[in-house]
Design a protein around this ligand. Structure first.
Ligand SMILES: [Zn+2]
Ligand SMILES: [Zn+2]
Length: 313
């Protein structure tokens, strides 16, 4: 939240309930989402968008229809080609939605409107609710001119941060991060008069992210316990088990690396999030502090942290 406006990152499971529980919608005249100015989707893995349909369907009743202008949603564009097979010996799986198998956020949104067409048409005709297109404007984030990527070679070649969104309260910039084979996957930086917050999204330790986070007040970064990941599978693992482990190890940031990322970026506070596994004791995560000279915190649902004026309160 900046002043009285809310900026959301990702639509993970239960986001809407947590939004209200956090008090972001609680004001006399509000139903809930009136103060939500913009939302930013890091990547299209389902753990980050599984409750995106919530805002497309319930948003009208939950306050979006009371906003003076549409909610702005920014997220990944389409992947230019399918992800290669993880194991060349594996049989070719079927391709879902073969005419558009790797849609970006705009197309994903339209498919969701199709999936909920029965309900949405009912609501527009029977309850005279507005066309959801009039409440939410969805943008596929375009990479800067000159940044050419073959995601089957490198999903996050070195690049400088680029602007995504700006209003009178916040300037939002992004960069590509290394969550291979996902492309595009973004980290976002929010600069305000009070300070700056960077959200890593899902990524391995990534130089683009270090540049984006340079000097930020707060870096909210994902982390994985590699020892846990390696213990998940029997020895020897099946090809599917091996592929899963390789994804976890290669596309997330180990405890042993995340403190170094924060130290290189020179941030004041590191907040660990997207904890894998979710039930590690906090002491295990705080081992990342060995490599980081700033403040380190283990994120929890409904935790409220501030920068600038909010930090001093
Ligand atoms: Zn992911
Ligand atoms: Zn994730």
């Amino acid at each position: 939240m900046v002043e009285n406006s809310v900026y959301l990152v990702d639509f993970g499971e239960g986001w809407a309930r947590r939004y209200l529980q956090a008090g972001l919608g609680r004001q006399e005249e509000f139903h809930g989402l009136e103060r939500l100015e913009a939302a930013f989707v890091t990547h299209l893995h389902s753990d980050h968008i599984v409750d995106y349909p919530n805002i497309l369907t319930f948003g009208s009743s939950d306050g979006l229809a009371n906003r003076p202008k549409p909610l702005q949603v920014f997220g990944p564009g389409p992947r230019p080609s399918l992800v290669p097979l993880g194991n060349s010996d594996a049989p070719e799986p079927p391709v879902l939605n073969a005419s558009n198998p790797t849609p970006g956020l705009r197309d994903t949104t339209e498919y969701l409107y199709q999936a909920f067409a029965n309900d949405l048409n009912d609501n527009m005709r029977d309850s005279l609710k507005p066309d959801p297109h009039s409440l939410i404007t969805v943008h596929d984030i375009e990479l800067p001119v000159g940044v050419a990527v073959d995601p089957n070679i490198d999903v996050a070649p070195r690049m400088s941060p680029f602007p995504v969104f700006e209003d009178e309260r916040v300037r939002v910039s992004a960069t590509l991060v290394d969550h291979a084979p996902v492309f595009p996957a973004f980290a976002f930086r929010f600069d305000t008069a009070d300070g700056s917050v960077v959200i890593s999204g899902d990524t391995n330790a990534c130089d683009n992210l270090v540049e984006l986070a340079r000097g930020a007040d707060m870096l909210v970064h994902e982390v994985i316990d590699i020892a846990w990941a390696e213990g998940l599978v029997p020895d020897p693992p099946s090809p599917a088990q091996q592929a899963k482990i390789e994804h976890l190890v290669n596309s997330h940031t180990p405890i042993e690396d995340v403190g170094k990322v924060a130290e290189r970026a020179g941030v004041r506070t590191l907040v660990l999030t997207h904890l894998a596994p979710a039930d590690n004791p906090p002491e295990r995560w705080l081992e990342a502090g060995r490599d980081f000279s700033g403040e380190i915190l283990v994120g929890e649902d409904l935790m409220e942290l501030g920068v600038g004026v909010a930090r001093r309160n």
